[in-house]
Design a protein around this ligand. Structure first.
Ligand code: ACO
Length: 427
C-alpha cells in the first residue's frame, strides 16, 4: 500500500499525489493546488490547531483515547511511583534516565543555581499590594532574564544549558518569594541540602533563621505532583513557549509567555477554578442541581474534560492516590465529598458520557494543595514550577530541530474589501 494521498481538486480537475509520513501530510504541499497562476494556493483552516502537528517531538507521548501518558517512553505511573522530580526533569531534558553520576551532576547544577539574584527581591515589593502570585511569577521570570544577558545567545548549547539549570533551579524560590511578599513576610532564601520539593516548602514556611523540616509525606506528595505536571506535550503553554522561542527570544521571556498561557482558567488556572466551584456548591446535596445548571450551559464543570484525553486522565488517577496519603496526615478536606459526588454523578450522566468528559489533572489536585495549606491562587504556581522542566525540554528540542522556523500561521481574511479613507466630517 503506497504511503500517499491522492487529491482531486474539483475546481480544476487536477489530481495531486501527496506523501503521507507518520500519518501526516505536509500542509505546505496544499499550496500547489491553485485555480489560476496568481492564486495563493490552498490553505488548511484549523482554528486552535486541533488537527495540526506543529512539530516533531520525542519528549512526551499521549494516547488520549486510552488514558496513556509517557515521558521519553516511560509510563507516568512508573515515574510517579519510583522517580523523583529532578530525575524526571533530567529525563525530559536529555532523553534518557540519568545514571548515578549524571543525576548527581544535575542535582549539583540545580543546587548551585538555586538562589535568585538578590536585587530581584525588590521586584516583589514593587507589585500591587495583594498581587496574584501567578502575575508575580510571570513578572519574575521575565525580570530574571535581565540578570543574564548571555541568555540571548541561544545558539550556544552550553549557554542554553546554564539558563535551563537557572530557570528550573530558581522557579521554587521565585514562587516562594511571590507567596511570602504578598503575606508581608520577609523572604527566606533557599537552603542547601534539601530536595527540590522540600526546598520549596522550606522557603514557603520557614521562619527566617529557624530550622524547618518538611513533613516527609507531604514533601514526597509534592514531588509526585511535580512529576505529574512536568510535561504534557503540545498544550497551550508549551505552544506559547515554542512560539515565542521560535523568534529566538531568550528562554526567560519564553518561559514568562508560557507561564502567562498557563495562568488562564481553561489551562493551569483550572484547579483554582475547581476549588472555587466546590466551595460555591458547598455540600453534597447541592451537587445534582449544579450538574443540571452545567447541562443547561450555565457554566462548566471545572476539572472535567480535556482536549486530548477522552478517557480518565492518568494523572488524575495518580493524584487520587496521593490525595489519600496526604489526607492521612492533614485530615480529610471536607470538599472531597462534594468532588466525589460530582464525579460519581457526572460519570453516569448522558451529557458527560456522550461528550467523553472525565476528571482531568486539576479535579483533585486543588483539594490536595488546599489540605497542604496552599491558598487557591498558589495552585497554578505549583503547576508552573515543575512545568519549567517540560517547557525548557521542548524549547531545547525546538532549537535543535532543523525544521524549526519562526511561527507564523496564516489567516482567512474576512474583513472589509479595499475602501477609501473618509475624512471625519464626512462620516
Ligand atoms: N463542563 C461541561 N461541558 C463541557 C466541559 C465541562 N468541563 N468541557 C467540555 N464541555 C462540553 C462543551 O460544552 C461541548 O459541548 P457541545 O458539543 O454541546 O457544544 C463539548 O463538551 C466539547 O467541548 P469543547 O469546549 O469543544 O472541548 P475543548 O477540547 O475545546 O475543551 C477544555 C477542552 C477547555 C479542557 C474543556 O473541557 C473545559 O473547559 N474544561 C473545564 C476547564 C478545565 O478543567 N481545564 C483544565 C484542562 S487540563 C489542563 O489544562 C491542565
Amino acid at each position: 500500500m503506497p504511503d500517499t494521498l491522492t487529491i482531486t481538486d474539483n475546481r480544476t480537475g487536477k489530481t495531486y499525489e501527496l506523501a503521507v509520513t507518520d500519518g501526516t501530510i505536509r500542509a505546505a504541499e496544499l499550496r500547489q493546488m491553485k485555480t489560476s497562476p496568481d492564486d495563493f494556493g490552498l490553505l488548511s483552516y484549523d482554528p486552535a490547531l486541533v488537527n495540526t502537528a506543529a512539530c516533531r517531538s520525542r519528549i512526551t507521548f499521549i494516547d488520549g483515547d486510552n488514558g496513556v501518558l509517557r515521558y521519553r517512553g516511560y509510563p507516568i505511573e512508573q515515574l510517579a511511583e519510583q522517580s523523583s522530580f529532578l530525575e524526571t526533569a533530567a529525563l525530559l531534558l536529555d532523553g534518557e534516565l540519568p545514571d548515578r553520576a549524571a543525576l548527581d551532576a544535575f542535582r549539583a547544577a540545580i543546587e548551585a543555581h538555586r538562589e535568585p539574584p538578590a536585587r530581584i527581591q525588590a521586584l516583589f515589593a514593587g507589585l500591587a499590594e495583594d498581587p496574584h502570585p501567578m502575575g508575580a511569577l510571570i513578572a519574575a521570570f521575565g525580570a530574571l532574564g535581565t540578570y543574564y544577558p548571555e541568555a540571548r545567545n541561544i545558539q550556544d548549547a552550553e549557554v542554553r544549558r546554564r539558563q535551563i539549570h537557572r530557570i528550573i533551579a530558581q522557579a521554587p524560590a521565585l514562587a516562594a518569594y511571590a507567596a511570602r511578599s504578598r503575606r508581608g513576610e520577609p523572604i527566606v532564601p533557599p537552603a542547601a541540602g534539601l530536595s527540590y520539593a522540600g526546598g520549596f516548602l522550606y522557603m514557603l514556611h520557614a521562619a527566617p533563621g529557624k530550622p524547618y523540616t518538611p513533613h516527609p509525606v507531604l514533601e514526597r506528595a509534592l514531588d509526585v505532583l511535580f512529576i505529574l505536571h512536568a510535561d504534557h506535550e503540545q498544550n497551550c503553554s508549551t505552544f506559547a513557549m515554542r512560539s515565542v522561542g521560535s523568534s529566538h527570544a531568550d528562554p526567560y521571556s519564553a518561559v514568562a509567555a508560557a507561564a502567562a498561557a498557563l495562568y488562564g482558567p481553561l489551562h493551569g488556572g483550572a484547579n483554582e477554578a475547581v476549588l472555587r466551584m466546590l466551595r460555591a456548591i458547598g455540600t453534597r446535596d447541592r451537587v445534582p442541581a449544579f450538574i443540571e445548571s452545567v447541562k443547561k450551559g450555565e457554566g462548566r464543570l471545572m476539572g472535567f474534560g480535556h482536549r486530548v484525553y477522552k478517557s480518565y486522565d492518568p494523572r488524575a488517577r495518580m493524584i487520587k492516590q496521593v490525595a489519600d496519603e496526604v489526607f492521612e496526615v492533614t485530615g480529610r478536606n471536607p470538599l472531597l465529598e462534594v468532588a466525589q459526588e460530582l464525579e460519581r454523578i457526572a460519570l453516569q450522566d448522558e451529557y458527560f458520557v456522550s461528550r467523553r468528559l472525565y476528571p482531568n489533572v486539576d479535579f483533585y489536585s486543588g483539594l490536595i494543595y488546599e489540605a497542604m495549606g496552599f491558598p487557591a491562587d498558589m495552585f497554578t504556581v505549583l503547576f508552573a514550577i515543575p512545568r519549567t522542566a517540560g517547557w525548557l525540554a521542548q524549547w531545547e528540542e525546538m532549537l535543535r530541530d532543523p525544521d524549526t522556523r519562526i511561527v507564523r500561521p496564516r489567516q482567512i481574511y474576512a474583513g472589509a474589501p479595499r475602501r477609501d479613507y473618509v475624512p471625519i466630517e464626512q462620516r
